[in-house]
Design a protein around this ligand. Sequence first.
Ligand SMILES: Cc1cc2nc3c(=O)[nH]c(=O)nc-3n(C[C@H](O)[C@H](O)[C@H](O)COP(=O)(O)OP(=O)(O)OC[C@H]3O[C@@H](n4cnc5c(N)ncnc54)[C@H](O)[C@@H]3O)c2cc1C
Ligand code: FES
Length: 333
Amino acid sequence: MAKIEIPAAQKSFECPEDDTILRAALRQGLGLAYECNVGSCGNCQFELLEGQVESLYPEAPGLNERMRQRNRHLGCQSRPLTDCKIKAPMRDDYKSKILPVRTHGELTAMRDITHDIREFRFRLDAANPFLPGQYGLIGVEGVNGARAYSYANVTAKGDEWHFQIKRVPNGSCSNALFDRVKTGERVSLDGPYGMAYLREDSPRDVLCIAGGSGLSPMISISRAFSASEKLAGRTLHFVYGGRAMRDLAGEDMLKELPGFGTRIFYHAALSMAEPEWKGRTGFVHEAAKDVVGGKLSDYEIYYAGPPPMTEAITKMAVENRVPVAQLHFDRFY
Ligand SMILES: Cc1cc2nc3c(=O)[nH]c(=O)nc-3n(C[C@H](O)[C@H](O)[C@H](O)COP(=O)(O)OP(=O)(O)OC[C@H]3O[C@@H](n4cnc5c(N)ncnc54)[C@H](O)[C@@H]3O)c2cc1C
Ligand code: FES
């Protein structure tokens, strides 16, 4: 067990040898900055003032050579070899509302959602709940490093974690889950993480925008929205973007929700639609703006998907004067 000190914040915490500095801090209620948890965004960078760490993913894209030379490290990929002193950005909104725990889970069921998105359901050894819109980490034997996947279900107890996962061409974890892991088999699980969860205290209507694999957290948010007493007077628009008709997803899951058609509405936009498609065409962010009649700032906006899509939505929202506090998103690196 190593002691990690953050002198500027007068904080310290314990980090087991097999954990990472970021995750150990979050498990103990400290608000270290982060986003992706998988070495891609660079938000969890810290400066090592004293001590030694080892990187679990030395080639992680979240850190460039210049930063490495300046003794910067990624909190989500660094395991301590000695006690350490670090300089790291901290903020209260990074503090976990539900402390993340490490456990294992058994794959109990799978179902295909589209030609390349499948739902995977795990029953956990040690239950831990999550907030709709958050994500967990899945570790599969034989795959280097854990991967982040957003929850699709809602649960009070947290004994079931469901994920909707897209098969990525040549991707090691997604293909292992699709082709190798069988029902009854076990994976390691860790969570919950992430800040893009449903704000039940918001007085605004809700706009959910999902691109491709971004389906899962938007389904979880919609399910929680439908059941929320606090949001009973509000409306939710769900806008899904894909390329072609075979990518369409989500409407069947929304149709099951109380309020569908009266205060929960589904819209789809295809960027490379077939001639027979009668619905919206073009990019999903443009469709979302059209759906709300341009009044984006009236909405609490949740979105998830590939970085180019999330960046296009953020840019559009800022140009339309939506306060950043109303934007909640995860970039799916
Ligand atoms: C917050 C968040 C939520 C996400 N939610 C979903 C979701 O709900 N559904 C979905 O389909 N996808 C989701 N993703 C994307 C998902 O995490 C994977 O990136 C995707 O499945 C591709 O993984 P792969 O292993 O198949 O591909 P690969 O190309 O093998 O791996 C790509 C990803 O793994 C990371 N990685 C690669 N090597 C290592 C290593 N040694 N150690 C640690 N990390 C490594 C990369 O940084 C990159 O993020 C999410 C991503 C993030 C960041
Ligand atoms: S949180 Fe560590 S690189 Fe994104």
